[in-house]
Write a protein that binds this ligand. Structure first.
Ligand SMILES: Cc1ncc(COP(=O)(O)O)c(C=O)c1O
Length: 460
C-alpha cells in the first residue's frame, strides 16, 4: 500500500438527494429553441438535459448547509444568522464593514451608484456583464485593461486574468481625477475564467497607492483563484488556501461578491469595505434598495448557507477536484480538435466560437449559433460570452467583442463524470458539422444586458 495519489478524478462527496433529468427528442428541442427565440435564457429548465448556462447559484448544497437553513433566524434586525455570516466573511476578508445583498449585482448597484456617474471611468481587468452594466447605467465608462495574453484564446499563460499594470498606470497618469476606484475580477470570468496572480494584485495595489485610489475585488471565484495561486505561483505551494485568500484581501480596500459562485450558495452576495464614510453612504442606499443591513435582501437561512459554504469552498480536497474536473472536460475537447481557451479556468471551459465557426462574421454571432447548436444536438445549455453579450454600446452602436466565446460553466458538486462525458460527445458531434452552422440575426433587443432577453433568428 502507498499514499501515492490515484489518477481517478475523485468527487469528494456522495449524492444526498437527487433530481430527475428528462431526455428529450431532437424534434422537441428544435421546437423549444424556436419558441425561445433562439435565446437559451428563454428556455424552461426542464427542456434542458445538462445545464451549463452558468455556475451561478446552481451548485448542490451540503448536508451542513441544509442544516444551516433550518437554523436560520429570521429576526428583522440583529439576527444571529447575520453575525455567523459576518464572521465567516471576515475570517477570509477582514474588511471593517460587511453589507449583505441579494446577489452580486445588488452590491455593484450600491457601490457604483455612490462612486459612479457621468465622466467617471472604472477600470477592471475585465468587467463582467452586470458590473459593466451597473457602471454604465450611472453614465460612467467601464474600461477593460486585461494583459494582451488574456485576449488570445490559444495562448498559454499561468495568470491570463492579470490586469495590464502599465495601461492602468497610463490611465491614471492621464485621467486620475475621473477614476473613483480600480477593480480586479478574480477569477476573470469574461476573460475565460482565468486567475489573477498575487504579484499582479500587489503591482495594481502599488499603482493605486501612488494615485491614492482604492482597490476593490470582484471576488466571486476567490477560492478557485487562490487554488491557482497555490498551484502556479512560486512560493505559495505550502500556504493554505485560506491564507492566500487573506493575502488577496489584505491588498484590497473592499470587495463586491456573489455568494452564488464559490461560496456554494443558491442566492446571496455582499459588499465589504474599510472606508467608514463610503460604507455609511452605501449602507443608507442598501436600506433603500436591499433591506436592513443585517439581512440585506436575504433570509436568515440564506446567510447561514453562505457562512457554511464559505468554510467548505476553501477545502483543498474540494478545490483540487473542482479544478481537475473542469480541466478533464477541457482536455477532452482540446484532444477532439475543438478550439478552447487555454489554460482551462476554474469554473468553466470556454470554446473559441470565432475560430470554430470561422465562416461567420462576429456580427453574425458565432457564439450564439454554437450555443444553439449544442442545445439542439443534445440538450446541453451553454452561454455566449461574446458579441451578443458585449457588442452593443450605450450610444446604440455595435462592434464585435474582443472574443466570441461559448462558456460551458460547471455547476458545483452537481454533475458526475458521465454527464461530462456526454457533453464531450455532444460537442464532438457538433464540431463535425461546425462549417455548416448558420449565423444569427437579432430580431428584437433591449438597450441594456441584451443577451438575457434578445430574440434571434437563424440566417438563411
Ligand atoms: C465576475 C462576476 N461578477 C459579478 C457577477 C454578478 O453576480 P450575481 O449574478 O450574483 O448578481 C457575476 C455573475 O455571474 C460574475 O461572474
Amino acid at each position: 500500500m502507498t499514499d501515492q495519489p490515484f489518477g481517478t478524478i475523485f468527487e469528494p462527496f456522495r449524492i444526498h438527494s437527487v433530481e430527475p433529468l428528462r431526455l428529450t427528442t431532437s424534434a422537441e428541442r428544435t421546437a423549444a429553441l424556436a419558441a425561445a427565440g433562439y435565446n437559451l435564457f428563454e428556455l424552461r429548465a426542464e427542456e434542458v438535459l445538462i445545464d451549463l448556462l452558468t455556475d451561478s447559484g446552481t451548485g448542490a448544497m451540503s448536508a451542513e448547509q441544509w442544516a444551516g437553513i433550518q437554523r436560520g433566524n429570521e429576526a428583522y434586525a440583529g439576527a444571529p444568522s447575520f453575525y455567523r455570516f459576518r464572521e465567516a466573511v471576515t475570517g477570509l476578508f477582514p474588511f471593517r464593514h460587511v453589507l449583505p445583498t441579494h446577489q452580486g449585482r445588488g452590491a455593484e448597484k450600491i457601490l457604483f451608484t455612490v462612486v459612479g456617474g457621468p465622466g467617471r471611468i472604472v477600470p477592471n481587468n475585465t468587467h463582467f456583464d452586470t458590473t459593466r452594466a451597473n457602471v454604465e447605467f450611472t453614465g460612467a465608462q467601464a474600461l477593460d485593461l486585461p494583459i494582451p495574453e488574456g485576449l488570445q484564446p490559444g495562448r498559454r499563460h499561468p495568470f491570463k486574468g492579470n490586469m495590464d499594470v502599465a495601461a492602468l498606470e497610463q490611465l491614471l497618469e492621464e485621467q486620475a481625477a475621473a477614476v473613483p476606484l480600480v477593480m480586479l475580477t478574480v477569477t476573470n470570468n469574461s476573460g475565460g475564467g482565468q486567475p489573477v496572480s498575487l504579484a499582479n494584485i500587489r503591482a495594481v495595489r502599488q499603482v493605486c497607492d501612488r494615485f491614492g485610489k482604492p482597490l476593490f475585488l470582484d471576488a466571486c471565484r476567490f477560492a478557485e483563484n487562490a487554488w491557482f495561486i497555490k498551484t502556479r505561483e512560486p512560493g505559495y505551494a505550502d500556504t493554505p488556501v485560506a491564507g492566500i485568500v487573506r493575502e488577496m484581501a489584505a491588498l484590497a480596500d473592499g470587495m463586491t461578491m456573489s455568494a452564488k459562485k464559490d461560496p456554494l450558495a443558491n442566492i446571496g452576495g455582499w459588499l465589504a469595505l474599510n472606508d467608514d464614510s463610503l460604507a455609511e453612504q452605501c449602507r443608507n442606499l442598501e436600506i433603500l434598495t436591499e433591506g436592513f443591513p443585517t439581512y440585506g435582501g436575504l433570509a436568515g437561512r440564506d446567510l447561514e448557507a453562505i457562512a457554511q459554504g464559505l468554510h467548505e469552498c476553501t477545502d483543498e480536497g474540494y478545490l483540487r477536484y473542482r479544478v481537475r474536473s473542469t480541466a478533464y472536460l477541457g482536455e477532452a475537447l482540446e484532444s477532439a480538435g475543438i478550439p478552447v481557451v487555454v489554460p482551462f479556468g476554474g469554473h468553466a471551459v470556454f470554446i473559441d466560437a470565432r475560430a470554430m465557426l470561422g465562416h461567420l462574421d462576429p456580427l453574425q454571432y458565432p457564439g450564439q449559433a454554437l450555443a444553439c447548436a449544442l442545445f439542439e444536438e443534445g440538450g446541453v445549455r451553454a452561454c455566449e460570452i461574446g458579441t451578443v453579450m458585449f457588442g452593443l454600446h450605450p450610444d446604440g452602436t455595435e462592434t464585435p467583442a474582443a472574443m466570441d466565446l461559448v462558456r460551458l460553466a460547471i455547476p458545483r458538486r452537481t454533475y458526475t463524470q458521465s454527464h461530462i462525458d456526454y457533453v464531450i460527445e455532444v460537442l464532438t458531434r457538433v464540431a463535425g458539422r461546425a462549417a455548416d452552422l448558420p449565423g444569427m440575426r437579432i430580431v428584437s433587443q433591449p438597450r441594456h444586458l441584451r443577451h438575457f432577453t434578445a430574440r434571434f433568428a437563424p440566417l438563411p
